[in-house]
Every structure is written in C-alpha cells, then in structure tokens.
Design a protein. Sequence first.
Length: 296
Amino acid sequence: MTTINPIQRVGFVGLGNMGSPMAGHLAQAGFEMTVADISPGVASKFVALNGGTVAASLSSLGDTVEAVITMLPTGLIVRDVLVGGILEGLAPGSIVIDMSTSNPFDTRVTAEKVEALGISMIDCAVAGGVVFAQNATLSITAGGDTDVLSRCRPLLDTMASEVIHCGAIGAGHAMKALNNFINANALITAFEALSLGKRFGLETETMLKAMTAAATGRNNPIDKKVRPLVADSNFTTGMALAFLSKDVRIAAEMAENLKCFAPIVKQCANLWADAADRFGATSDQIEVARLWLKDI
C-alpha cells in the first residue's frame, strides 16, 4: 500500500483582503508558505507578519511547493498565472487549488492544461466574506477528484468551517455562483417589495416584520442586510458591489452556455451590473438598494 505524505509546502498567490488572512491561517498552522502577489510589497509585508518566503518568480514558486492555492479576481487570470509561470516549476503529482470565484467552464479548460502535465487540480470556492476569512470560518464548495480533495482537507479545514464536495472539476465554482445568484436575487426582490409596499401605503417596519415571519429562512438577506440598512443608512456588509455582480454574471453565463431557460438570472445580472456602473464597483453590495431607495 502506497503511503502519501501530507502536504507541507504550500504556495499562495493572491494576498488581497480574503487571501491574506487565509494564507495567514495556513502559516500559523505550521505549513511552509511561499507567497506571491502582483502588488508591490504585499508579499513582503505578509512574510514579515506571518513568516514564510516571498517567491522570486511564479515559476520558482512552483519549484518549492507541493500545492499551490490561487485567490485571484477571475478564472482567466488564474489560467494566465498558472500557464505563464507556476506550471513551469510544479512537479508532476503536485496540486493546484483554485479558491477564486471563477467561471466553471474556464476552470474546466484550465484543469485540462494542468492535468496534461500530471498535476492535479481542484476548485474550492469560498463564501462568507472577509470576516469569515479572518475567523477561519469560511464555507467552501469544492469540485474535483475525491482523493485529491481528501489530501487537501488539512489545508482547507485550516481556513474553513465547512467543505462541501459538489462534484467534478468546476462544480465548486458553479455552486458558488448559483448560491450568490440566490442571495443576490433575494436581496433585490426584498427591496422591490418594500418599494411597492411603501407606494401602497404600508409602513416599512410593518413590512419587515411580516416578511420576517413569512419569508425568512437561513441566510435570507432580509434580516442580515435589509433590516440593518433600514435601521442605519450607513450599514455596510463588507463585500464590494462588483464582486456580487460578477458572481451573478457567472451564473448568467452558465445559463447561456448550457442553453437553459433562465430569464430571472439574466435580469438579475443586468440589475446588479447597472448598480455597479451607477454607484461604483468598489462600493458595498448594499448600495444596490439605491435602485429602489427613493421609494423605501
């Protein structure tokens, strides 16, 4: 029986608001970290705080690790980083873990390129936002080979409180997009209902009370986002409007690629894109309410 040694040497590419605390948890847990980020000084700052090594280049990062985690803006950027450098150094038998929010079809194409070199790839999309990244309580939806995922569980469990295996490669990214579509749609339908009710003459607090009794389930945005905004106009969620807009767009692209009848996801994507254009990509996701706020 072949014994597979546990992963100890880990590369981490993308030390943004989410990636930095995620990589920090791995460093604190004793993994040997080699890190990289496109922004000058970010990787050096991380190493000063957490230990580890700054990668001299992407290909040299691949030379020194057994697994590489990417936490980058899009799946196409992930592919460029891998094909343009990291894969040149990674040895066969190594693992690529894409924890970005990527289009699942892009992920499948990237996985073909990775696996052609004898390197495994899984996709592990994260949910929960910055606070959850800081607390190591992220929720992960994963796609890929079961055995590869099992080998990566010590890393994932260090960053997350829940890991759900959703299927073959790309399934984790697909599920993340669908989950965020549900949440994004629930948020704007709540604002639209408040707008209609206000025009009819209903009081906002009365509507919130009735909605909570009749329509609120686990993770429903009414209690988590709508009510706090009504109570405090300065309320923020910590997630940029453009990020959720991107997730919903990925879900709409899935529908188009699969030739599904999905009119709601397409309209939802258009509304979130409109909000990002009007109010700024970096503004908080709750700013989408401004599409309806004059009536609330």
